[in-house]
Design a binder for this molecule. Sequence first.
Ligand SMILES: Cc1cc2nc3c(=O)[nH]c(=O)nc-3n(C[C@H](O)[C@H](O)[C@H](O)COP(=O)(O)OP(=O)(O)OC[C@H]3O[C@@H](n4cnc5c(N)ncnc54)[C@H](O)[C@@H]3O)c2cc1C
Length: 86
Amino acid sequence: MVTTLKNFTLPITGTRPLAEAIVTAGGISLKEVNPKTLGSKLFTNLFIAGEVLDINGYTGGYNLQAAFSSGYVAGENAGLLAEGKE
Ligand SMILES: Cc1cc2nc3c(=O)[nH]c(=O)nc-3n(C[C@H](O)[C@H](O)[C@H](O)COP(=O)(O)OP(=O)(O)OC[C@H]3O[C@@H](n4cnc5c(N)ncnc54)[C@H](O)[C@@H]3O)c2cc1C
């Protein structure tokens, strides 16, 4: 039984269509973003949050949490910059 379980394979035969995708990988590289403010290192006055960043997690709330948290940080810092406090 152990041998059978250890040798059990599930060949991947394809992927589901993009229309059914839950999260996308790729986007703006984290190297181009200040991790404390989520401001772009390339463009002043540009703050980046959510799925446009090159981050993706397993389903189960991680992607929503990333979107909420990064949105909060980016919004706060965009506001501070607009008020001249950053
Ligand atoms: C079917 C499905 C199930 C999912 N289930 C889960 C889950 O169980 N757990 C989890 O953690 N994540 C889940 N996700 C992923 C999660 O929903 C996303 O990662 C998250 O919503 C991304 O948030 P966001 O704000 O970056 O982008 P979005 O929520 O995509 O928001 C982008 C917004 O920008 C708007 N927009 C686009 N272009 C323009 C424009 N030119 N001008 C103005 N507005 C524009 C869009 O209309 C949209 O409202 C799921 C996604 C899908 C599709």
